[in-house]
Design a protein around this ligand. Sequence first.
Ligand SMILES: *[C@@H]1O[C@H](CO)[C@@H](O)[C@H](O)[C@H]1NC(C)=O
Length: 301
Amino acid sequence: MSSQEENDGLGGIIDGKAIAAEIRAEIRNDVSSLSSVIPGLATVLVGERKDSATYVRMKIKACSECGMESIHRALPADATEGDIIAVVRALNEDACVHGILVQLPLPDGINEENVLSEISIEKDVDGFHPLNIGKLAMRGREPLFAPCTPRGCIELLKRSGVEISGKEAVVVGRSNIVGLPVSLLLMHENATVTITHSRTVDLASVVRRADIVVAAVGRTEMVKADWLKPGCVVIDVGMNSKPDSTRKSGYRLVGDVDFEGCRKKASLVTPVPGGVGPMTIAMLLRNCADAAMKCEKSAAQ
Ligand SMILES: *[C@@H]1O[C@H](CO)[C@@H](O)[C@H](O)[C@H]1NC(C)=O
């Protein structure tokens, strides 16, 4: 029975939490099969942003759940670019560190590109080193690591049995963090890709062509049901807070997609929260475990 029938004509839901848990179990398994290496993830946090501190804590916790080590470096908000780069360089040299994650955004006045370029490309588990992005953008080149959230979107599609090759994919948003790299990954999977942005004329009719829609604009519930081709698959990367007086916090998290409306039109949709969100950390751990596995292999040779 298809998920549509189970759901009274509503599209099925892609359970990102369950898929991320499955991936984490695979990682735990891979990590425990390593004999001479324990994967180590270094996290670098600059300043006092509460959201950044929370993300870093979640990553450290997820590491230990997968049997991986974490090495944390905290710098004050007034650290200079030179201070941050010195920390990154020391981590590059540290054999216990297989992946380096510099939590973004960095404080005003710090050039993020300068810092990210310093990360050894073999340890760039976030996939934002210009060389990794450059390889991702070229035919026939393989990046060492693909950025985590975009890779998570592709995993959700594949593990939900969605055929990507030859399909029309429309990506809403062209950010360096999601829109652009997810477009490149979809092209790697042989989709026909359209990237839309604030200057796109008649966005709704462009999205209506899509078999696969990836929404990554950061605009609350912007993608509506009547923008969708019936039966398409929708991946919602958005994470916006919407005022909600029924909640104690006064708000709730919603995506870039009108979820309830779009479920009536799409065959599969990711929810927010519980869709793409849990995949980001899972893919970070996957990249870091892969780096350690490569390390053990090359040491054995
Ligand atoms: C994409 O197409 C190329 C060229 O036909 C092929 O070699 C490659 O295996 C395809 N990749 C995927 C993921 O389908």
